[in-house]
Design a protein around this ligand. Sequence first.
Ligand code: GDP
Length: 367
Amino acid sequence: MKEEYVCIGCGVHIQTEHPNEIGYAPNSALKKEEIICQRCFRLKHYNEVQDVSLTDDDFLKILNGLGNKDALIVKVVDIFDFNGSWLPGLHRFVGNNKVLLVGNKVDLLPKSVNHKKLMNWMKQQAKELGLKPEEVFLVSAAKGQQMKEIATEIDRYRKGKDVYIVGCTNVGKSTFVNRIIKEVTGEGDIITTSHFPGTTLDMIEIPLEDGKALIDTPGIINHHQMAHYIDKRDLKIITPKKEIKPKVYQLNDGQTLYFGGLSRFDFIHGDRTSFICHFSNEIQIHRTKLEKADELYEKHVGEMLTPPRKDELDEFPELIRHEFTIKEDKTDIVYSGLGWITVPTAGCKIAAYVPKGVNVTLRKSLI
Ligand code: GDP
């Protein structure tokens, strides 16, 4: 019988026949002690990602399997992209299994953000979206914040069962799983993590002491995530890497802000107001007059207003306008996958623009 090999990076079954398909490795790679698929190899050595082909159908199959299991489900979301990183159908598939909801990347929040308020908002959003998690957690997988605690809670809630970790691409699921492994077994990195969406393939089983397992499921690509609309190089710009520094803009009505060329904020009507912008420190913000804003965009998108880059403008979706009248003091306008703007006082009329497919929502401010 032919021997089966598994990639030490992503866990995919290795094949040597189809270079463009998942799990390909050249024959020479099989002679090595640690076998790694070409995709992980490129990622590791060149920081470069090959396109993934885990289809929505395949992911549905995985989700479908969850309902038949007796397990604990840990769902990881990105707190900067709550809506974009939500797995819409999950609640239909979990069956009677308990769910813990984990918001990752808490290290990026400025000190002014109240964690309790954020957790309450997550609970409420989850409920609206049909999921009733047992508990909500805020962690930083990258920095190790609250990871001991979540590892303990997972162990407590699993009651001797398997654990499935689910989440869409780029929420930091691999980083999270790697940390949990460290907490549980003390071992180092063995799963691929990267900047780019779609790098975790196939299920990876990590054995637990009692014969059960922690199962890392592949991340689905949520097509309405901001991350999919921009060049991979620009993902580094829009994804905050350090604690974000809120920037305050005092605006009169009739003024507009551009966040690179990815999104826009119009202050249509209201008294002079200080808007607090929470975006990656690397995104350039441009202020202009509302009446000149369209023209500015047409002239400068891809140059001054970037990302997107000039050479990707053909594929970049148009910006869609969403108008709101702010009804409560201290309201956040949330640009999914990008950040949010806190509006301190009620009564303003504003418009938020995001690429078609990306979500804009309002919430009670987290400050
Ligand atoms: P996956 O696709 O969900 O498996 O995500 P990865 O683990 O590959 O992480 C995606 C990106 O998010 C990488 O650039 C990570 O460095 C980053 N990341 C993951 N966890 C954290 C975190 O706790 N804080 C911050 N700031 N970044 C994180």
